[in-house]
Ligand binder design. Structure first.
Ligand code: GUN
Ligand code: ZN
Length: 372
């Protein structure tokens, strides 16, 4: 096998049930990837992450190149060994994080120069260096360096941004060292413009990648517009390759995007929200800091089998957050990741059984019921 494998096991409407295979094992799709930015899924051990059902983690070029550096991770055996996660890892290329986190950025044809958000030091990221860093990390799925076009953008701005990303995609592919079980994904850009998204899909398909990501979404356009972009972008994408919607999303985003043919997702939502006291449950969301939970002995979600729901009531979790105890963020992160993996598992089962629409609309209806 060169690259990574993708088997399409079943389809139901546009929804797909598949399996990605890498040198570090396989991933059942549709899949949600927890974010492990700085070589850790915040507040979780890797055993705990695996116990939720997660089969792949996302790491970040931007953070790891600054601290502890890619060379240090390589010297310590690569990211899997470094963070004690022997399953697949996908790394983002850095362009998006440079834009959202660093100070003083300058973009050029060559790449992007920026100042570290940690210590103000100057760094340079080119497509070639991004790929080299991701190789040093030993990432199973490497992402091309791209520019996440800000929203809103005029069609002219979106066009020149997308075309730069396509030239960087070519350079990323040339810099990528092919090995069995390791792959490279291209990233479709083009903002909300159908012709630009089509041009981007065609440009990436011509270069040829192991998978295709959809970037530049969940940047403020709103769910309805995001779904519209998926509606006109996804049909042009290669059926026999995995599709990855970057940085998405809330549970309703995941359901709507699986309905529209997406196979992979990542988002900080379950982990970040968990640390601030927001729990995702089958009936919507709960803010555990709210006083109404103080006297409530029920679990966060009676249908959840996670350690937080099996062993503790809402009143205890509320207390942990009020007392700033670190077990609070740990338990809510654990619950949220468990809930996200349950959601993906349920969608995978529904697609395999040809009942996706029925199951998806029932899940959506429950999400708006509100907590009782
Ligand atoms: N994460 C969320 N959106 C994007 C994007 O457009 N590009 C990259 N590289 N990462 C992302
Ligand atoms: Zn739970």
């Amino acid at each position: 096998m060169t690259g990574i494998g993708f088997e399409l096991l079943a389809t139901d409407g546009r929804a797909r049930r598949g399996r990605v295979t890498t040198a570090h094992g396989s991933i059942e799709t549709p899949a949600f990837m927890p974010v492990g930015t700085a070589a850790t899924v915040k507040a979780m051990t890797t055993d705990a992450v695996a116990s939720t059902g997660a089969e792949i983690l996302l790491g970040n070029t931007y953070h790891l190149m600054l601290r502890p550096t890619a060379e240090r991770v390589a010297q310590l055996g690569g990211l899997h060994r470094f963070m004690n996660w022997d399953k697949p890892i996908l790394t983002d290329s850095g362009g998006f994080q440079v834009m959202s986190l660093s100070d003083l950025r300058t973009m050029s044809e060559e790449g992007v120069t920026f100042k570290s958000h940690l210590d103000g030091s100057r760094h340079h990221l080119t497509p070639e260096r991004s790929i080299q860093i991701q190789h040093l990390l030993d990432s199973n799925i490497t992402m091309c360096l791209d520019e996440c076009t800000p929203f809103p953008a005029t069609e002219a701005q979106a066009e020149s941004s997308m075309r730069l990303s396509m030239r960087w995609a070519r350079r990323s592919k040339d810099a990528f060292v092919e090995r069995p079980g390791y792959g490279l994904f291209g990233i479709v850009q083009g903002s909300v413009y159908p012709e630009l998204r089509a041009e981007s899909v065609a440009a990436l398909s011509d270069i040829g990648f192991d998978g295709y990501a959809i970037g530049g979404l969940a940047v403020g356009e709103g769910q309805e517009t995001m779904f519209t972009v998926l509606d006109f972008t996804e049909p042009a994408m290669l059926k026999q390759r995995p599709r990855y919607l970057m940085g998405v999303g809330r549970p309703s985003d995941l359901i709507g995007a699986v309905r529209r043919g997406v196979d992979m997702f990542d988002c900080v939502m379950p982990t970040r929200s968990g640390r601030t006291g927001q729990a995702f449950v089958r009936r919507g969301t709960i803010n555990i800091r709210n006083a109404r939970h103080a006297h409530d002995d029920r679990p966060l979600d009676a249908e959840c089998g996670c350690p937080a729901c099996r062993s503790y009531g809402r009143g205890y979790l509320h207390h942990l957050f009020k007392a700033n105890e670190m077990l609070g963020p740990m338990l809510l992160t654990w619950h949220n990741l468990h809930y996200y993996q349950d959601l993906m598992r349920e969608m995978r089962g529904a697609i395999a059984e040809g009942r996706f629409e029925q199951v998806a609309s029932a899940l959506e209806a429950r999400l708006t019921e509100g907590d009782v």
